[in-house]
Design a protein around this ligand. Structure first.
Ligand code: GLU
Length: 285
């Protein structure tokens, strides 16, 4: 079971559609389901209408999902249940550090771990880490090992503004949705050990992971909403998919360049191979 989990912070750009297509092809080539989840917890970053625009884009390029779309904003109870579980096991502590306090800090040093809580000011909730080594074999990037305490430090599960952190929600949702294979951009690779740690603490199985390269522009910058990558041009969906298949190094035959998008997708499902993407970190748009 695979999934695509975009944040509704703008329309899909080529970089996010690239990831969507890779996860779709990986799931479908194994006759698996492909689910769609809208990661809309970060309310200040949500853009009105973006979630619907994302659904329309996926639909128009033939990336049809299974089951109902899940919206994280409607799953708050499940996050709070798991937070309570961790809280009862004394794995969480409130952190009142300000952005300024943390400006020069790359790995959080646990300064609030032993402070008495200050209930009258806004606190974030951090998860205690230890020096265990989290290792996993990424389907594309090989063996990844991180020492959590050293490389990440205690990390935030609930922000000061009350918003559940991406890190945490993603683990709960993937488990609830029984996702056992996650294909996403390599920019999230360093987050994965934290998520595996959470799975271990909560007794959840870890899915298999594949982190696909990111698409970069001519200056080497990741195509993203932040770099104002433009929305995908939907006037010719088959050209978009053909281009993405080239960027996924699938070598689609030239004669497919003008076939309807559903046929192109069918070809890609049948011929999908991850071999050419192995160890690849970035591709040029
Ligand atoms: N919502 C995240 C994003 O758009 C991706 C989550 C994931 O694939 O784990 O960057």
């Amino acid at each position: 079971m695979g999934r695509f989990a975009p944040s509704p912070t703008g329309p899909l750009h080529l970089g996010s559609l690239y990831t969507a297509l890779a996860s779709f092809l990986q799931a479908r080539s194994q006759q698996g389901k492909w689910l769609l989840r809208i990661d809309d917890l970060d309310i200040p970053r949500n853009v009105k209408g973006a979630a619907d625009a994302i659904l329309r884009t996926l639909d128009s390029v033939g990336l049809y999902w299974d089951e109902q779309v899940i919206y994280q904003s409607r799953c708050l109870d499940s996050y709070h249940d798991s937070l309570n579980n961790l809280r009862q096991r004394q794995l969480l502590y409130p952190c009142s550090c300000s952005r300024k306090d943390l400006m020069a800090v790359t790995v959080y040093n646990g300064i609030c771990r032993n402070k008495s809580p200050q209930p009258d000011i806004a606190n974030a909730l951090r998860l205690k880490t230890d020096s265990r080594l989290i290792s996993f074999e990424d389907g594309l990037q090989g063996l990844i090992s991180h020492n959590l305490a050293k490389q990440h430090g205690d990390f935030i599960l609930k922000r000061k503004d009350g918003i559940i952190a991406y890190q945490f929600a993603v683990v709960i949702d993937d488990n609830l949705q029984q996702v056992n294979q996650i294909v996403r951009g390599i920019d999230l690779l360093t987050e994965t050990p934290k998520q595996i740690y959470l799975q271990q603490l909560l007794g959840m199985p870890s899915p298999d992971y594949m982190h696909v390269p990111i698409i970069v522009d001519q200056h080497g910058y990741k195509l993203s909403k932040q770099t104002r990558a433009t929305a995908v041009d939907l006037t010719k969906p088959h050209s978009v998919i053909f281009n993405l298949l080239c960027l996924l190094k699938q070598n689609p035959p030239l004669e497919l360049q003008h076939t309807p998008v559903t046929e192109l997708i069918n070809w890609a499902v049948t011929h999908w191979s991850i071999e050419p993407l192995k160890n690849s970190k970035q591709v040029n748009a």
